[in-house]
Design a binder for this molecule. Structure first.
Ligand code: ADP
Length: 687
């Protein structure tokens, strides 16, 4: 056994000497041809030596018993042994337990069975360095025989510890990133859920404030000062609702939950209606409000009119807020987008305070206001433009600003709104129903919060509905089993059985009740929440805080038409004293009273919109007819307005607003209750 060689070259010599010694004397066989052979052999040796000694992989040769015969420089680096320390010793010294103890038996088994586990195949193994530490090795082993037919093994090993470590680190980093993403998604979901829950919690008291204020304004006999207070509460409540809606909208956009609806709508009408909403603010601030729609824009276009109105309203409100003198203009013009698409450009321009260059840059970022003094002076959350931007982008358009400090601002946006065919006409009477009370029917009102029930109950009774209340899902089911109803207004979150579960059970009941329209009445207004109500079998939903007009419009859609068309029995309220009208019919006959009412309708339309002097004259002219026809609240207001002068400046806006409210309520009652009542066959005869 040759044990002294230190380096690879010596290992080759060992192989050569064993090979050639066995064939007798080297010198004796030397010949020309052999000399040539020797040179070739030498060249071959040199080539192998060059390869092996410079290889970055460890190369180890062992004999059939596992005794190391060669150990290249890379192996020295990898294992920390010198070749001298390893050659002649068993290769198992380079292995950790349990391979170290079992290596002999591995070899033995291989010799007997020839079953390959590594040899000729290669795999990753664990090695052991001189200092006892372990390392990962990609190992491949070649089996060969020397010139004497002795079995030898060449092992080539690459240290893959660093690579494995990197892979493990990468895996760990990926796992961490994955967990972080899941955490972020969960946090975002939690945020959205929290906001949805908060919005529900906030909407419920908001509904009480707006509902009772509305009832107080319409039904209460209030002094001028009390009316002013009510009007202030209303304004504050409207601002609060706007903030809640803004926050909810923003979180919806952030969570990717805001979906646009698309339908055909009249752009002219949409802009007209939107401008009409802010007209009172313009009148109060003595600003001119103008709007133009380019003639080239088709009358009917396709898009999300609700969201467009929201953007325009936001821009208009800002324009009004930041302008004290001059004009606010809304325009819509067609334009060609850079990508060749047909777009409509909307612009809201004002002659207000303008926006500085620095602030323009962050104008569309959330919670951004020009400076702290703006929020103190004008209020607002700084969310309006951020939401508008997101909405515009969702529509596939752009938003931008041109402004000069002290001169004014134009905020414009574009939206692709393709021309559309005119939609089918609304069912006759729809517009009237949206205004008020053509909605008679027997309604089951389900809500666990008593104040909510009280408000909705008052709205429904005003509309002439017959209402039964239930405070829980369970009670609703019991009442539905015992009585006939035309429609259910169902709250969602209730303690014992929620609205969704109750609706599912209604849909499983026997008889016609299973098909009764069920309308969700809820502060949960995220799209997926609404979808879950529909999936549970509900027909529609009304968002809280419930607005009277919206409620009536939903009732109109879902109550059976025959009920809606039935002539009304007149009921008295602070708004309308029907005994006066009955007396008049007695004396003049229904036809003449009908004629008087139609005249009165015309007289009333458009009242209290202009300046105070005109309002005083209008109030004066109304007094007689309002009194005779029994419209008592309107009479009170007309009396109060008739005598006011510019000196009562503080009370005037509230009084005018109350006058307009009373006017609208009276017009609605005439249209939907009094005129149908007078048209009833019995009364006609009397006329
Ligand atoms: P906010 O609800 O606070 O009005 P917005 O996002 O709608 O939030 O507007 C952010 C800010 O941009 C405003 O507070 C104001 O500083 C500025 N701004 C917006 N519109 C105008 C305008 N027409 N004129 C002057 N400043 C404006």
């Amino acid at each position: 056994m040759h044990e002294s060689p230190i380096r690879w070259s010596t290992a080759i010599q060992w192989l050569q000497s064993h090979a050639f010694q066995s064939r007798g004397s080297w010198e004796a066989r030397f010949s020309k041809e052999q000399s040539h052979q020797r040179l070739l052999q030498q060249e071959s040796n040199d080539r192998y030596r060059a390869v092996v000694e410079t290889a970055v992989d460890a190369i180890i040769i062992a004999d059939k018993s596992g005794i190391v015969r060669a150990f290249n420089p890379a192996a020295e680096i990898i294992f920390g042994y010198t070749a001298h320390e390893v050659i002649g010793k068993n290769v198992r010294m380079l292995m950790p337990e349990p391979d170290r103890s079992q290596h002999d038996s591995y070899l033995q088994t291989y010799r007997e069975t020839r079953e390959r586990k590594i040899i000729g195949i290669g795999r990753e193994v664990t090695g052991r360095r001189k200092d006892g530490s372990t390392l990962s090795l990609d190992l491949s082993i070649a089996e060969w025989r020397d010139i004497d037919g002795r079995q030898c093994f060449t092992g080539i090993m690459r240290d893959v510890t660093a690579r494995n470590q990197q892979a493990a680190e990468l895996q760990q980093a990926n796992a961490t990133a994955h967990t972080a993403r899941l955490d972020a998604e969960a946090a975002n979901r939690a945020k959205t859920e929290f906001l949805a829950a908060m919005s529900h919690e906030i909407r419920t008291p908001l509904m009480s404030i707006s509902g009772f204020t509305d009832l107080l304004a319409r039904k209460g006999r209030l002094s001028v000062e009390q009316r002013r207070y009510v009007s202030l509460i209303r304004t504050a409540n409207e601002s609060l609702s706007t903030i809640v809606n803004d926050i909810l909208d923003f979180s919806k956009v952030e969570a990717g939950q805001l979906e646009l609806q698309s339908r055909a709508f009249s752009l002219q009408t949409m802009i007209h209606d939107t401008v009409a909403i802010v007209q009172p603010i313009a009148a109060r601030k003595a600003l001119r409000l103008k709007w133009t729609v380019d003639r080239a824009i088709p009358e009917w276009v396709e898009g999300d009119d609700t969201r467009l109105r929201q953007i325009l309203l936001n821009l208009l409100n800002n324009a009004m807020k930041f302008t004290d003198l001059g004009t606010v203009t809304v325009s819509a013009t067609p334009m060609l987008g850079r990508d060749g698409r047909d777009l409509i450009q909307f612009a809201v321009s004002d002659t207000g305070i303008g926006i500085s260059v620095e602030h323009r840059e962050r104008l569309f970022k959330k919670f951004s206001q020009a400076d702290g003094s703006i929020s103190r002076r004008f209020g607002g959350t700084g969310l309006g433009l951020a939401i508008s931007k997101r909405l515009v982008e969702l529509m596939g358009g752009n938003i931008g600003v041109d402004s000069e400090v002290g001169k004014g601002t134009t905020i414009w946006f574009t939206a692709p709104l393709p021309a559309a065919a005119a939609p089918d006409a609304k069912p006759k009477g729809m517009a009237v129903a949206e205004e008020a009370n053509l909605c008679r029917g027997r309604i089951l009102l389900v809500d666990d919060i008593e104040t909510n029930r009280e408000i909705v109950m008052a709205y429904l009774e005003d509309a002439g509905c017959d209402v039964v209340q239930a405070a829980s899902g369970g009670e609703a089911l019991r009442l539905l089993g015992e009585n006939a109803f035309d429609l259910v207004l169902m709250d969602i979150q209730m303690p014992d059985m929620d609205g969704v579960a109750a609706t599912r059970l209604i849909r499983q009941m026997n008889g016609p009740v299973r098909d009764i329209p069920v309308l969700a009445m809820t502060g949960n207004v995220l799209p997926q929440q609404i979808q879950s109500f529909i999936n549970a079998g509900m027909n529609d939903h009304i968002g809280k805080p419930i607005e009277r007009k919206k409620l009536y419009s939903k009732l109109w859609c879902w109550l059976p038409r025959k009920l809606a068309a039935a002539p009304a029995a007149l009921a008295s309220s602070p708004l309308f004293n029907h005994t006066k009208l009955d007396e008049l019919v007695e004396n003049l006959g229904a036809r003449k009273v009908e004629h008087t009412l139609l005249m009165f309708q015309k007289q009333l339309a458009g009242c209290f919109e202009a300046d105070i002097a005109t309002a005083c004259i209008q109030a004066h002219d109304l007094i007689n007819a309002a009194g005779v026809l029994g419209f008592e609240q309107l009479l009170d207001l007309a009396l109060a307005l008739k005598d006011t002068t510019e000196a009562d400046a503080a009370a005037l806006p509230a009084l005018m607003a109350a006058g307009r409210d009373a006017r609208d309520a009276v017009l609605a009652i005439i249209e939907t209750t009094v005129l149908p009542h007078l048209a009833a066959p019995g009364l006609r005869k009397a006329g």
